[in-house]
Design a protein around this ligand. Sequence first.
Ligand code: SAH
Ligand code: SF4
Ligand code: F3S
Length: 474
Amino acid sequence: MRITEKYKGQEETVRQIAYIEKAGVYVEALSHKLGRKPACCVTTFGCQMNARDSEKLAGILEKVGYELTEEENADFVIFNTCTVRDNANQRVYGRLGHLNSLKKKNPHMKIALCGCMMQEPSVIDKICQSYRFVDLVFGTHNIYKFAELLVRMFESDQMVVDIWEDTDQIVEDLPVERKYPFKSGINIMFGCNNFCSYCIVPYVRGRERSRSPEDIIAEIKTLVSDGVAEVMLLGQNVNSYGKNLFPPMTFAQLLKEVEQIDGLKRIRFMTSHPKDLSDELIQVMKESKKICRHLHLPLQSGSTRILNAMNRRYTKEQYLALADKIRKEIPDIAITTDIIVGFPGEEAKDVEETIDVIRKVQYDNAFTFIYSKRTGTPAASMENQVPDAVVREGFDRVLKVVQDTARERVGLLQGQVLDALVEEVNEQDQSLMTGRLSNNTIVHFKGDESLIGQIVPIYLKECHGFYYLGEIQE
Ligand code: SAH
Ligand code: SF4
Ligand code: F3S
């Protein structure tokens, strides 16, 4: 089949495939010069969506002739950045300093930066002024142009910077190099329209756009025929999937279609905004054989007053009622959450409300974050910012309760036999394999590499806080 026929109606995909070939010529020339295949390293700093983007970058780098490596001392290094909290930014600057010293020893080395942090004009100013050794900078909206940007980079002796403020484009069918052969993330939507007052994501990822169900299903079918057993449907708020499609479609309807795909074993998704979680979704999860028994349902705060200031659009009582309903309908589900401590104006009594919700909902796990002021968000200009010492104290209190309840919840599985998808060899003990239960709990057990990618029944023998030691049930 000719490329142009296969990608009919997708002019941009065809253009980018031409650039992949062109970039390949430059990499080939470099390969001759070096006397070996040039190496490239893709580093992910952010969330699952960021990680999925990295797989797209890796797919193109491999296609143009690079060999992927984990080593940062490579011929092409790209940092896929995150800016959700300031510490993510600081890590990037720290690691860039190290790259500079590596580049001084390897004159062929190229350095690229992309991802959410690059959508901030102040970051671009700083890179252009103080990090002149960077070769290529682009953002989140034009990632599909990576091959084209690589060509520009090879043809320029100056830093190439290409940042777009927003886009409505979704470019399909470009190469992807998956990190795991047996599981994969799938973007079902991009961007976010919620504008929680602390959050920078809507500014750096743009407005919400859903992919068509046909494209999503086709991608999953291809993945399944390539050995994928588990997919994770990705979006900042999957519960509002499909609202802007014509004809509109709900997330629950999409899940039902994904469930029909033969050979697919497990379905996960994230993230669910509590304000949009429908009864229809709960029923679809309840009746499904493939949707995993895990729901990530970010709380952020248990205080209605703070939730209001955060623009989350639910109250403490609404959240509790929702969690209750889910637990009643699907008793074996694990609920996990995200919590922010130290939002402007938060007082000790608000932190107590958060702790109250943790005790009532009994999370299986919770990510607790210290509030980070993000320039340009409404919360950053609120006057009542909380002093660090007070935040720290509240954070420690929340963390203690989260850990105690999670330990208790995970302990409830003791003695059961549950299916685990075998993911990898245990890093600490090579005789053990690591698997993941439907409810997202990790289990380690004796086994060999041939099991990777299979779903096996495991007897959950000993609970070690947040994970289990188990045995394969023959
Ligand atoms: N779309 C997802 C969250 C994406 S960001 C949702 O709505 O749940 C992941 C988590 O980072 C958020 O749930 C929140 O807990 C945290 N986060 C976002 N902005 C933050 C900030 N400014 N400071 C601290 N934590 C933040
Ligand atoms: Fe950020 Fe809120 Fe959108 Fe999540 S829903 S990405 S927290 S603005
Ligand atoms: Fe994800 Fe960080 Fe961007 S959390 S969407 S990579 S700001």
